[in-house]
Design a protein around this ligand. Sequence first.
Ligand SMILES: NC(=O)c1ccc[n+]([C@@H]2O[C@H](COP(=O)([O-])OP(=O)(O)OC[C@H]3O[C@@H](n4cnc5c(N)ncnc54)[C@H](OP(=O)(O)O)[C@@H]3O)[C@@H](O)[C@H]2O)c1
Length: 212
Amino acid sequence: MNIGIIGAGGVGRALAKGLTAAGHTVHISSRDPRSESLFTWKEEIGHTCTVTGFKEAASFGEIIILAINWNGVEPVLRSIGAGVFADKIVIDLSNAVEFTDSPQLALKEGSAGELVQQWLPTAKVVKTLNMIGESKMVHPVFTEGNPTMFVCGNQQDAKQTVIRLLAQLGWNDCIDLGDIGRSRLLESIMLTCLLCEIQLQSFGAAFSLLRK
Ligand SMILES: NC(=O)c1ccc[n+]([C@@H]2O[C@H](COP(=O)([O-])OP(=O)(O)OC[C@H]3O[C@@H](n4cnc5c(N)ncnc54)[C@H](OP(=O)(O)O)[C@@H]3O)[C@@H](O)[C@H]2O)c1
């Protein structure tokens, strides 16, 4: 599939690498697509992945992944234009977190996923992957077993497509939690995982649902 990634930080790069390795055609984007750091990264990974601006990546993708800092999401989506996302799948993995004494959710009501769906009313927004660190986002391996990944969104077909994409990235235990309102839960799970990591001083944790 053609996949556009908005953001070329740690998460954007990890997903671009994993998705190109899985056979997808990826356009990754940045405020500065000509930066030396992106050029070097692209040379090093050796995959055929194109670096562009935000609007080009969004126009290219059948699936678009939002991988920028939360404070940049609304202005970047506005600058691209909601129409570019019409009928497309948008994977939102952003986390609105404030770091004061300890991390906390910045949104007192609602969630990032719901806001993204409001800003892109004709897109099929699917929230997922926000609760796993970038180093474990692709082919997560844990000696203790398989980690679980949750998805939520309003369109069933979009969630099924995203679950198939997640399987290609090594996520074999995906659970659909319901509509985009469930983003609140996914964002809370992220915070819970993060606080556990801080408390235990053990980073790279993932959530796993134990069953009978
Ligand atoms: N890091 C993780 O392990 C992890 C895991 C799950 C979810 N997330 C979420 O994924 C998102 C990206 O995280 P990351 O770790 O990849 O961050 P990062 O490495 O700091 O990269 C941030 C990206 O966002 C862009 N950006 C930052 N502020 C912006 C603004 N005001 N306007 C436009 N673009 C802006 C940067 O653009 P330039 O390239 O132009 O500098 C960069 O591409 C965040 O919402 C984060 O909460 C992160």
